[in-house]
Design a binder for this molecule. Structure first.
Ligand SMILES: Nc1ncnc2c1ncn2[C@@H]1O[C@H](COP(=O)(O)OP(=O)(O)OP(=O)(O)O)[C@@H](O)[C@H]1O
Ligand SMILES: [Mg+2]
Length: 506
């Protein structure tokens, strides 16, 4: 009896809904758009009077269809993890600039979320656009997320849940995005329509800190410094400092400066802006470039010592020789600039402003990296703490560094030849680039022993070369000394003569 009653009840409910839908379809087909809207709104008002649930909608586009709402994108990313688990109809999407495919819930699907004991439900809805005057309705439907929760959670949702969704969603988006390597050197300034200040390619450098050859302690210190910086938004705001940090990487060629920049970008998930200073016309253009740099980025100026003549005006001219040398260097730099992308008028003060002037605070979360082979050539103002906060020296390969490379290249952590290599490394200098080259397999048949022997050979050659250089240097130093002693002998033989002369005179 009860079962029949239930069946009857469901039939009644079903037929009521069906007739309501039928009436609504008739109304929406024959009534003018404005009347439908009015009826819909009135129905909403009536229902919300009895309904204890609150609805929040987040639209995909606000106003124009040009800019997708950041909030909508964040919700979409946030829900992608949830929807993949619980929604039954999913959509596979690959956003522009995203390196991953994302599964999001399809239209009219619902997923639930839980936060601080509250049950929250999300649905993806669509809305037909207002028809055009001529009855033509070519505009696509507008999508929006509908968030529903009980009114007793109103405060908690407004104060913490929405912030949590935005934060997590943005984090997922940052993680999924295709990072970019930007350059200002490839722009055709005379092209029409005007090209953007920066051109980009996907950033796909595979360098990681684990594969950088350097002392473990030093490496750990750099990693911690970078991670602390990236998590210190509130700290920088509290101390009233722009959220940026400067790193100066210096050392001989082939010691891993560029590799480290790539490892930094991969660790922090940042974009890289490779700034070619010689291609920047003047300080104004430098400022324009700065404005277009987004947050979460590393701005790199490689070989800063030979980018521009940034030191010339400040150096004291001590003697004729240094003056001539400076002049020669200046000429070389100017020549390079002209040969390159035009004669740059960027000045030292322009660059200092770029690093920490008022404009440098736009965007936030930026790291500026300078690299150089000759740190002593740089103007002290350019690299003082506060501008270049951390100075990192990348030097010749240590035995510890070699072990990192051996583990990477040959997958070995110990070998009888390691002792010989360690001894030779104490006796001579070799760059990590040279070690890496020696350890590189030249054929699939090459085994560990052969690669290590190649390295021993390279080390012995480097040792021999260093000894020859030293001997040459010593003979050069000795030669003038020998000349001096000859002069001295001559003087000594001449002096008694003058004395004699004097004696004669007296
Ligand atoms: N510390 C290192 N750890 C791991 N690999 C390294 C290291 N240094 C150099 N290498 C290897 O040597 C190659 C050249 O290194 P990199 O370009 O980073 O040197 P650099 O210091 O930037 O040189 P330059 O001053 O000439 O620009 C890299 O591709 C990498 O394979
Ligand atoms: Mg380099």
């Amino acid at each position: 009896m009860a079962a029949i009653t239930m069946a009857e009840m469901w039939t009644t409910v079903g037929s009521t809904i069906a007739s309501f839908m039928f009436v609504w379809t008739i109304i929406s087909q024959y009534c003018p758009y404005e009347v439908c809207q009015f009826l819909e709104k009135s129905m909403h008002r009536l229902m919300s009077f009895f309904n204890p649930y609150i609805h929040v909608s987040i639209h995909e586009f606000m106003g124009t269809r040009l800019n997708r709402s950041e909030a909508y994108a964040a919700v979409e990313a946030y829900l992608s993890t949830n929807s993949a688990k619980s929604a039954k109809r999913l959509k596979l999407e690959m956003e522009k600039d995203s390196k991953k495919i994302v599964l999001t819930m399809d239209e009219y699907e619902k997923v639930t979320d839980e936060f601080q004991g509250a049950e929250i439900s999300w649905a993806l809805c669509t809305k037909s656009p207002k028809p055009m005057g001529n009855g033509n309705n070519s505009q696509p439907e507008r999508r929006y997320y509908n968030l529903t929760f009980h009114k007793r959670y109103r405060e908690m949702i407004a104060e913490s849940y929405l912030e949590h969704v935005m934060k997590k969603g943005k984090e997922i988006r940052v993680k999924n995005r295709q990072r970019k390597l930007y350059t200002n050197g490839a722009r055709d300034k005379y092209a029409y329509p005007r090209q953007p200040m920066w051109s980009d390619v996907p950033f796909e450098h595979p360098a990681r800190f684990e594969s950088v050859a350097m002392e473990a302690e030093k490496k750990q210190e750099i990693i911690e410094d970078l991670l602390t910086f990236s998590q210190s938004k509130d700290f920088y705001a509290r101390i009233g400092k722009a959220w940026k940090r400067g790193y100066l990487l210096y050392g001989p060629p082939g010691t891993g400066k560029s590799t480290m920049i790539a490892a930094m970008a991969n660790l922090l998930n940042y974009d890289v802006y490779d700034l070619e200073l010689t291609a920047v016309k003047d300080n104004t253009e430098l400022k324009k470039l700065l404005i277009e740099i987004t947050g979460k980025s590393i701005i790199v100026i490689e070989d800063i010592d030979c980018s521009l003549d940034l030191t010339g005006h400040r150096k004291k001219k001590t003697d004729k020789e240094t003056e001539d040398k400076n002049e020669e260097e200046k000429k070389q730099t100017n020549l390079k600039n002209r040969e390159g992308k035009g004669f740059s008028k960027v000045t030292l003060s322009g660059l200092l402003n770029f690093i920490d002037g008022l404009w440098s605070a736009c965007g936030g979360e930026r790291i500026i990296v300078f690299t150089t082979n000759y740190v002593e050539k740089l103007d002290p103002a350019l690299i003082r703490r506060g501008r270049m906060d951390k100075h990192i020296e990348l030097s010749y390969c240590s035995f510890e560094g070699f072990k990192v490379l051996a583990k990477n290249y040959l997958l070995v952590e110990a070998h009888p030849l390691f002792d010989t290599i360690g001894r030779l490394m104490d006796e001579t200098k070799i760059t990590p680039a040279d070690v890496a080259e020696a350890l590189m397999r030249k054929s699939p048949r090459e085994d560990v022993e052969k690669s290590l022997s190649k390295l021993i050979q390279a080390l012995e050659e480097a040792k021999k070369e260093a000894a020859m250089k030293k001997a040459e240097e010593e003979s050069r130093v000795k030669a003038p000394a020998k000349d001096d002693s000859l002069l001295q002998d001559k003087k000594e033989t001449e002096e008694p003569q003058s004395l004699d002369d004097g004696a004669v005179l007296l």
